[in-house]
Write a protein that binds this ligand. Structure first.
Ligand code: ATP
Length: 336
């Protein structure tokens, strides 16, 4: 149980064979009036490798955002992470003091959001917003920071960066704002980038540009966690995937293996209901029913009420088991 924050020494450099980030048994709950807490993230584990991208997929409400916000320690006031570890550079992010965590946020780990306005301050120029993390983290002085800000805007393909650095976010088009936000996230050269639906609110052309920008970061060794509803985006950009359902990981696999041959019936349903597969091979087949109300989680496998393959033994929940090397699924029927 994580009860008190404790200052940890600056982490030792992670050994080369350790993943960039290792999350184990993460649990986060929301406080409720006159009721037991609502468990939104329930024992989630995954690794992110250097220069690799992990897709977190699942329907709305499955716990994707709460998972990454737990790691970044930016949860709503009513939420609390009760268990788990998130080892990053030899430190447990969940056990760092708030002060130590602020040194990690925006420096070693940055976030990119669906809507750039979430990440940007509408009352400050791009220059202020781009230079602030450099100055705050003591990376460089104001004059150098300005040059780096201009460079960062140019790097993400914003024309006339010397002029644009002086504008406010609302003076940019949506696509340019999204790129400016990526410049903000990358300016400190973080080793981990967390992207929460970064391409959902933009058109297809901008989507491709954003993914290519993120791919360039990956090439440089940055690890990426990408939350996405879009399995096409996952296939194009990500290496590994976890599928979440009702706050738990139900399948873990290299992304191509998952999309070519999903093992868990829920992953099969997600794929059948997505344009990625449906558009090319068959009509879309929505998963019947809706995700469980977490306040009334069904006994046994949480997907059982919606699962066409459910059997009596699903009354007992199967844990994630290895189906084949590198592949795990939480289903009695999952076989290689
Ligand atoms: N502010 C909140 N207060 C109370 N419960 C919340 C709050 N935010 C999330 N939850 C609970 O946590 C669950 C997981 O939410 P989360 O936002 O992580 O889902 P998600 O998979 O990211 O969905 P989406 O794809 O719609 O963003 C929700 O189903 C809800 O029960």
């Amino acid at each position: 149980m994580i009860t008190a924050e404790r200052e940890q020494p600056i982490g030792r450099p992670a050994a080369q064979d350790e993943p960039l980030l290792r999350v184990t048994d993460l649990r986060t709950e929301f406080r409720r009036d006159h009721a037991d807490p609502l468990r939104a993230v329930d024992g989630v584990s995954f690794d992110v490798g250097r220069g690799r991208a992990l897709a977190i997929v699942g329907e709305s409400g499955s716990g994707k955002s709460v998972t990454v916000r737990s790691l970044m320690r930016v949860l709503p006031r009513t939420a609390r992470t009760t268990d788990g570890h998130a080892m990053f550079g030899g430190r447990d992010l969940l056990a760092l003091s708030s002060r130590a965590m602020r040194r990690v946020q925006g420096r070693e780990i940055s976030m990119v959001f669906q809507n750039a306005m979430e990440a940007m301050n509408p009352t400050l120029t791009l220059e202020r917003q781009l230079t602030e993390p450099l100055i705050w983290h003591g990376i460089c002085n104001r004059i150098d920071a300005r040059q780096r800000a201009i460079q960062a805007l140019g790097d993400v393909g914003i024309p006339e960066p010397e002029r644009r650095v002086k504008v406010y976010p609302f003076q940019l088009s949506g696509g340019m704002r999204q790129r400016a936000m990526i410049a903000m996230a990358m300016i400190t050269e973080p080793s981990l980038l967390i992207a929460d639906e970064p391409t959902t609110a933009v058109d297809v052309t901008v989507q491709r540009q954003i993914l290519d920008l993120l791919a360039a970061q990956k090439e440089r060794g940055t690890g990426v966690i990408m939350i996405t509803h879009d399995l096409g985006v996952a296939r194009y950009f990500c290496d590994d995937a976890v599928v979440m359902y009702a706050g738990r990981v139900v399948e873990r696999a290299p992304v191509r293996d998952l999309l070519d041959r999903p093992h868990h019936p829920y992953s099969q349903g997600l794929l059948a209901s997505s344009v990625e597969v449906g558009g090319r091979e068959r009509p879309l087949e929505p998963i019947p029913g809706s995700p469980p109300d977490l306040a009334h989680r069904p006994e046994g496998c949480p997907f059982r009420p919606r699962c066409a393959q459910a059997e009596d033994r699903c009354a007992e929940e199967q844990q994630l088991i290895m189906v084949s090397p590198g592949r795990e699924a939480a289903c009695w029927k999952a076989t290689a």
